[in-house]
Design a binder for this molecule. Sequence first.
Ligand SMILES: Cc1cc2nc3c(=O)[nH]c(=O)nc-3n(C[C@H](O)[C@H](O)[C@H](O)COP(=O)(O)O)c2cc1C
Length: 251
Amino acid sequence: MNTIDLLLQHRSIRKYKAQSIEKEKLNRILEAGVRGSNTGNMQIYSIVVTQDAERKKELAKHHFGQKMVVDAGAVVTVCVDINRYHKWCMLRNAGTAYDNFLWFATGVVDATIVTQNICVAAEAEGLGFCYLGTVLYNAPEIANFLELPKGVVPVTTITVGYPDEMPELTERLPLEGVVHYERYNDYSDSDINRIFEEKENLPFSKEMVKVNNTENLAQIFTQIRYKKADNVMMSKKLLNFLHESCFMNND
Ligand SMILES: Cc1cc2nc3c(=O)[nH]c(=O)nc-3n(C[C@H](O)[C@H](O)[C@H](O)COP(=O)(O)O)c2cc1C
């Protein structure tokens, strides 16, 4: 399958066969991951692969018990990592320059590129994957579990394995709703109505609104799926962790 056809077929896979991923195949997709562009070619990330059944069970607890963590052939956690670079710079009498927020943000971009490369490579090899946003909610606990030192913060996690389902493709907003040419064209109310119309009218969306007794789909997001109080609480937790991990030395 050519690359664009592969990308257009993407769906997240949450059910996996009890079939382990061959070591060579795993290495191949990890190689494809690290081939991605990265800032200054410094590779300020580390990848932690969890495959042991007992470890996956434990790790699942930090991902809100999502069952796919236990069932997947591999759980891949990608971390921003200035620890390794810092050690190299210190050994070479170069001092340190990366213990600040800019390099956390930079590392998040690099870690995301690696992760998505792994994802595309996994699909090309007949595997499926699903991202786990819970890694950011429980970054301190996951860092502790993976024995990450200071300067290493987990930012993306994916489950990877042989698919045991073929879900429908999920919808996307129309291209004209997300792409701007030359300059940002801010949205009028009627633009918003038009852009979100298809999403709001999906049978699944309507069912969610009905079952949860909300007025509309937007309220499903703000009142049920990603609530402000939770977001604020988890933001504070993450910021504290960044302080402890030395990414907030901005003087
Ligand atoms: C950063 C990120 C975090 C996500 N976290 C979760 C998660 O914790 N659990 C889950 O079931 N899906 C998770 N997903 C998958 C999304 O729900 C999914 O990509 C989206 O609904 C679109 O569906 P598709 O990937 O099948 O096209 C996450 C995706 C991303 C990119």
